[in-house]
Design a protein around this ligand. Structure first.
Ligand code: G1P
Length: 296
């Protein structure tokens, strides 16, 4: 059963500058909480109990966000601000552990995941969540990550979450080649191949890897052997392609929506989506939206 997840957060977030100059891009706010909190919540909802942040010394705010802030809590308690206190305490449920390891050199996503090897070990499966992407499971009984982990647990086959992207954007993603018909939403299907950031004219499909993976510990020795690939970086996709050749890999087609918070318009869209339905601010936000769209 998958209970551990790796969240690589060491990158500098150049695409989010100037917002990410002095704070990690993962700490940019979507409505009332940082991007990374949604991703941790998604993992926790899917049954993950150990979260391994692969981080960098300049991004200490992320670790602080998930740590207990004793003085702040004592002060809220003294002032009787119990609702706020509960909200802070629920950021990390009591049975969830946040562990951090450092990636000392920016050698690529594959290398970042490899940094978690001493914590996960080669015998245990785990999930990877790339925190640039928010996966919105609004309206689903169980989120997409839970569905994908269930598919892994049932079959023992590695899973990559995919969604269809506009053909002209395939060069930004890992792209999969389904074996036969692509899987329907909420289902898994075997892959005949996958390639990192292909040229538009060479992409084997429009199904993109969106940054959620369920992998066996056996990926670690493969990552350790993977040479630099696209962008001269050690690519997770390349190690997964080797794994596919050895033991097969499935694509799991998601049902929800994604917001790419690795760039400005993506997080503005996420603010619109999450803001409109927010329990506390939704009504006021909808009024603002109406006013700004000229309807009021
Ligand atoms: C990474 C992965 C890529 C995946 C993408 C999803 O790329 O290498 O396969 O499709 O995340 O966001 P990055 O966006 O870090 O360049």
């Amino acid at each position: 059963m998958i209970r551990k997840a790796v969240l690589p957060v060491a990158g500098f977030g150049t695409r989010c500058l100037p917002a990410s100059k002095a704070i990690p891009k993962e700490m940019i706010t979507i409505v009332d909480r940082p991007v990374i909190q949604y991703v941790v919540q998604e993992a926790v909802e899917a049954g993950i109990r150990d979260i391994v942040l692969v981080t960098h010394g300049s991004k200490i705010a992320i670790e602080n966000h998930f740590d207990k802030h004793f003085e702040l809590e004592a002060s809220l308690e003294a002032k009787g601000k119990h609702e706020l206190l509960e909200e802070l305490r629920s950021i990390v449920p009591e049975d969830v552990n946040i562990i951090s390891v450092r990636q000392s050199e920016p050698l690529g996503l594959g290398h970042a995941v490899l940094c978690a090897r001493p914590v996960i070990g080669d015998d245990e499966p785990f999930a990877v969540l790339l925190p640039d992407v928010l996966v919105d499971g609004h309206g689903l009984e169980r989120n997409d990550l839970a569905g994908m982990i269930e598919a892994f647990d049932a079959t023992g086959r590695s899973q990559l979450m995919v969604e269809e992207v506009p053909h002209e954007l395939v060069y930004k993603y890992g792209i999969v080649a389904p074996e036969g018909e692509p899987p329907a939403a909420g289902e898994a299907g075997a892959l005949a191949g996958l390639v990192e950031k292909p040229k538009v004219e060479e992409a084997p499909s429009d199904l993109a890897v969106i940054g959620r993976y369920a992998l066996p510990g056996a990926i670690f020795p493969l990552l350790a052997e993977t040479p630099p690939g696209a962008g001269n970086e050690i690519q997770l996709t390349d190690a997964i392609e080797t794994l596919r050749q050895q033991s097969g890999v499935d694509a799991w087609r998601m049902r929800g929506r994604t917001y790419d918070c690795g760039h400005q318009l993506g997080y503005l869209e996420a603010i619109l989506a999450y803001g409109r339905r927010h329990a506390r601010y939704g009504e006021g936000f909808r009024e603002l939206l109406a006013r700004y769209s000229g309807e009021e």
